[in-house]
Design a protein around this ligand. Structure first.
Ligand code: APR
Length: 316
């Protein structure tokens, strides 16, 4: 009389999350609680993804959704994923720069991508593992996927941090703040006050220069500030919210304009690099890279950020 829940759930898109730590686990929760997709959790640690999947399935009885979650250590379970989100890696510890992670996480990303992509050749790969821009470039190279289907998650998170600090400084809702942060996801990221507004009014008209400079600085150190406070681990609520927005924009074919690490072929006078730029996100992945009219100083800062990413790519 009834179709089994498994049969119905298979109508859902399939999102695989590799790395079931803080970011991966929280992202899975967001996806299923919004009824967005079935989720496959993969980790190198035995039993961990299975345990998390079971816990999430039991939560569904209370949280009112019908998505299916499985946990596995076997990549064959990820076959034909619509989206793969890569969060596997070692998180940054206090005093460790994102670049310290480069070699360790590089080996992890290379291993996973080479195993998982042949099973889902039509997938869209979202990279979250740090150092973000370098790991996204590496994942793209190893995957052999077209560049518009390999995307790095950072700009939404950096912009969210800038938005939050602007809202706190002005005592207003974050919902009324739009912020733009380009460049690499690191100390040389490029928050753009001229393109950051309160419902269309640039913050440069509303806050003194020194106040903006300190908000920019706090944004650049946004991740490190949390690492320092947590002592054991790095941020995950905001990173998973940012990754969720990308997944939702792609599966819903929403054509959202967000900042993400994209492969550049001449945009902003940069070529053969992954870096944070405004993009349009839909079912095909990156549908368009948006070119802002940057002034000379903004462009120079962006190029300094690109140089630092390039140096790290060369270390791979
Ligand atoms: N294959 C699969 N999973 C792996 C592998 C691997 N080769 N190596 C590590 N992992 C898993 C770990 O077992 C762990 O469950 O990745 C997970 C990472 O989780 P956390 O340590 O909790 O890290 P998290 O805070 O989630 O951050 C993950 O996102 O924001 C970035 O800098 C952060 O690169 C880090 C990533």
């Amino acid at each position: 009389m009834f179709t089994s829940i498994q049969d119905r759930a298979y109508q859902s898109p399939k999102v695989t999350i590799v790395g079931t730590g803080q970011v991966g686990g929280t992202l899975a929760l967001r996806i299923v609680e919004n009824n967005l997709a079935n989720v496959v959790l993969v980790d190198i640690v035995e039993d961990k993804p299975q345990g998390l999947a079971l816990d999430l399935m039991q939560a569904s009885a209370i949280a009112n959704h019908d998505r299916q979650i499985i946990g596995t250590n076997d990549y064959s379970d990820t076959k034909d994923s619509d989206i793969i989100v890569l969060t596997a890696g070692l998180p940054r510890k206090e005093g460790m720069s994102r670049n310290d992670l480069l070699r360790m996480n590089g080996a992890i990303v290379q291993d996973i991508v080479s195993k998982i992509i042949p099973l889902s050749p039509n997938t869209i790969l979202i990279v979250v593992t740090n150092p973000l821009d370098v790991m996204t470039y590496l994942a793209w190279k190893v995957s052999n996927l077209p560049a518009h289907r390999v995307i790095g998650m950072a700009g939404i998170l950096d912009a969210a941090r800038f938005q939050t600090f602007i809202a706190m400084a002005l005592g207003i809702s974050t919902s009324d703040v739009q912020a733009m942060v380009l460049g690499g996801h690191g100390d040389l990221m490029v928050p753009l006050p001229r393109f950051s507004t309160i419902n269309g009014v640039p913050i440069t008209d509303l806050l003194p220069e020194e106040a903006i400079a300190s908000l920019v600085e706090r944004t650049r150190n946004g991740g490190a500030e949390i690492v320092k406070l947590l002592k054991n681990g790095s941020a995950y609520f905001a990173p998973s919210a940012a990754a969720y927005l990308m997944v939702e924009s792609i599966l819903g074919d929403r054509h959202r304009i967000v900042t993400a690490a994209a492969y550049l072929t001449g945009e902003y006078d940069l070529t053969d690099i992954y870096m944070g730029v405004p993009v349009q996100l839909g079912r095909q992945g990156i549908e368009k890279i948006i070119k802002l009219q940057l002034n000379e100083k903004e462009l120079a800062t962006l190029h300094a950020s690109a140089n630092s990413i390039r140096e790290n790519i060369n270390l791979l």
